[in-house]
Design a protein around this ligand. Structure first.
Ligand SMILES: NC(=O)c1ccc[n+]([C@@H]2O[C@H](COP(=O)([O-])OP(=O)(O)OC[C@H]3O[C@@H](n4cnc5c(N)ncnc54)[C@H](O)[C@@H]3O)[C@@H](O)[C@H]2O)c1
Length: 342
């Protein structure tokens, strides 16, 4: 078992990698508990849940809405929940984002923690304090930054994940390697087989590295005024691909990372062997590396991205695997480059 601690302006958090249900009760002594989960996770693991009330959501992104949040606030009022009580989110990124948002806003904030049950939640969504909901079709439009008291990440829980959900998390693992952690990247290259077989030992090692990497970035830039943007590597293209195709998040991010690497190549920052290395690693994780999409369609979707500033867009680029930087580019130049890429 590994423990990573993070201490920021919005609180301190302990992330425990290598166990979950066996140890969570020791973090909850004397507190009244409401658990928020989804029906898939509930069906699989409810027999291991600690004692307490359970709110069960429909699985998937459609639950990350104001209407669902409204229903949960009403239920907490009915239960006469107070500031000494505790909210435990048990699930993937959707459950963690929503549970963290409810806990951070109800009664101006009550204590909360997570058991993260998807690889994406264990390496990314449950870590770093961003909690929120989607609004009018825009992702994560309403939210807060507040650290959970604890997060449990148990790789054993990943055995039941669907292949595409596991691959989604692997895309984020590769992302950390590419932007800041060449040793993690090498681990992905050398142990792809064992990772794909979901061996708990190797998963615990890579999850721990990802959590350490994310915590280091968040500690330096919690409010995303600079360095935290690096965690969006591949996501500008990825979110646009998600909007205009039926690709899953992980697949879209994988292709987005390849596009960002090829852009870095075109701008003269990255050697072509490094892009080829990225393609081969994604391939070994059964992630796609290209999509059949028109340049105009991709550009239009990116132009509407909320992260653009005036006439420029901020992109995360790489110089080599393990080292990234933020590059602002005029939208017009960017449009021309996209036509070269697609
Ligand atoms: N807050 C952040 O910093 C942050 C970062 C990245 C992503 N996110 C958010 O995370 C969300 C995506 O998270 P996700 O990919 O975990 O999706 P998810 O929570 O929808 O989970 C994916 C699917 O896996 C199922 N599932 C969960 N755990 C399981 C298990 N152990 N076994 C079998 N099935 C299981 C769920 O029921 C769901 O159907 C998005 O809403 C995204 O915006 C947030």
């Amino acid at each position: 078992m590994h423990t990573v601690e993070i201490n920021t302006m919005t609180g301190a958090s302990r992330i425990l990698i290598g166990s979950a249900f066996d140890n969570v009760s020791s973090c909850l002594t004397g507190k009244r508990l409401v658990m928020i989960t989804d029906s898939t996770v509930h069906d699989l693991y409810h027999h291991e849940f600690p004692e307490g009330e359970t709110i069960i959501l429909d699985p998937g992104e459609d639950s990350k809405t104001w209407d669902v949040a409204h229903g949960i606030y009403a239920r907490l009022l009915d239960l006469e929940f107070d500031r000494n009580d505790f909210i435990l989110g048990i699930g993937g990124g959707v459950v963690c984002d929503l549970a963290g948002f409810i806990a951070s806003t109800f009664l101006r904030g009550i204590s909360f923690g997570f058991i993260a049950t998807t690889l994406l939640a264990q390496v990314d969504a449950s870590i770093g304090g961003k909690n929120g909901i989607n609004f009018q079709g825009y992702k994560n439009m309403i939210g807060v930054i507040q650290q959970p008291e604890f997060v449990f990440c148990d790789p054993v829980l990943l055995k039941t994940l669907e292949v595409k959900e596991f691959a989604s998390g692997l895309a984020e693992v590769v992302k950390y390697g590419v932007i800041m952690d060449s040793e993690l990247y090498q681990l992905c290259e050398q142990k792809a087989d064992r990772i794909c077989k979901r061996e708990a030992g190797i998963l615990e090692d890579i999850i721990t590295r990802c959590v350490r990497d994310k915590c280091a970035v968040v500690t330096r830039d919690e409010k995303e005024s600079g360095e935290r943007m690096k965690l969006n590597f591949g996501h500008t293209f990825g979110h646009a691909l998600e909007k205009v195709t039926d690709l899953s998040h992980g697949a879209a991010v994988a292709i987005g990372m390849v596009l960002a690497a090829r852009l870095a190549e075109k701008l003269g920052y990255l050697a072509s062997q490094e892009s080829a290395r990225l393609v081969s690693t994604l391939d070994s994780f059964n992630l796609p590396v290209s999509a059949d999409i028109a340049a105009d369609q991709l550009y239009e979707a990116i132009r509407k991205d909320k992260k653009r500033r005036g006439g420029q867009i901020g992109l995360v680029l790489i110089k080599e695997i393990g080292s990234s930087f933020i590059h602002f580019i005029d939208l017009k130049d960017f449009e021309n480059l996209i036509h070269d890429l697609c």
